[in-house]
Write a protein that binds this ligand. Sequence first.
Ligand code: HXC
Length: 258
Amino acid sequence: MNESFVKVETRGRVGLLTLDRPQVLNALSNEVIDQLYDAIQAFEGDDNIGAMVLTGSSKAFAAGADISAMAGWSYMDVYKADYLGGKWEDLRRTRKPIIAAVAGYALGGGCELAMQCDFIIAAENARFGQPEIKLGVIPGYGGTQRLPRAVGKAKAMDLVLTGRMMDVHEAERAGLVARIVPVERLLDEALEAAATIASMSLPAVMMAKECVNRSFEATLDESLLFERRNFHALFATEDQKEGMQAFVEKRQPDFKHR
Ligand code: HXC
C-alpha cells in the first residue's frame, strides 16, 4: 500500500486536510499533491461539505517542494512531465473555499500552496519565504505572481531575490496573512472560520469566491459586471429567499444550499 501523506477528516460541514510527512517538514512531492488533490476533489463532490481547512504540523506547514526528489532532474524531465502543472495547477480550480492554517515554515512551494488557498490564518511561529533563489532556481508554483499581488512589488522582490524569510507579523502587515493566532489556537480558529463559512449558503459562498478571484484577472469593468450578474443570479436560489425572510422575521436562516 502507498504511504499516506495527507490526513483527511471531517468536522461537521468542514473538510480538514492535514499534510503529514513530518520527516521532511511536509516537503511537497508529486505523491503528496496527488493525494491532496484527490482528497479535495472528494470534498468538492460531497454535498455535506461547505468549506475546507488545509494545515500542516506545528513545526511546518510545508518547507517547500521536495528538494531531494528534484535534485537529479533534468530540463527534459521537468518539461516533459510539466512538473507543477497537472494536479498541482488543478488545485486552484477548487470551487469551495479552502483556508490555509499555517504554523511554522511555509517556504517555497509551501508558501505557494498556502497562497493558493483562499486566505491564510497563521500561528505566531509561522515563517514565510520564497528561498528558491538560494537553490539556483526561482519560484515555480505561483510565487512570483501571487506574492506581489498579496504584498506588493517591493516586498515580493525583496523576498524572491534575497530568499529571506518573513515572520508572521511582517506577513500580516504586508497583507499575506488574514489573522494571527497563538499556535495552540490555530486549528480551532481555522475550523471555526471554516464552519462559519460552511454555515452560509454554499452557492453564495462559491460565487463570492469566484468574484473575489476575478478581481485579479479581469478589468474593473469586466469584474464589476461579473459580480453584478452573480449577485442577480443568487435571486434564483431558495437560500436568498430564506436568508432575507429570516432577517425580516428576526430569526436565524436555515440554508438548504440551493
Ligand atoms: C526535502 C526537506 C525540505 C525540502 C526540509 N527537508 N525541507 N527535504 N525538501 N524542501 C528535510 C531536511 O533535509 C531534513 O531531513 C528534515 O527535513 C528536517 O530539516 P532540517 O533542515 O534538519 O530542519 P531545520 O534545521 O529546523 O531547518 C528547517 C528549514 C530547512 C529552515 C525549513 O529545512 C530548510 O531550509 N529547508 C529547505 C527550504 C527550501 O529551500 N524550500 C524551497 C524548496 S524549492 P534529514 O533527513 O536531514 O532529517 C521549492 C520550489 C518551489 O519549493 C517550486 C514548486 C513548488
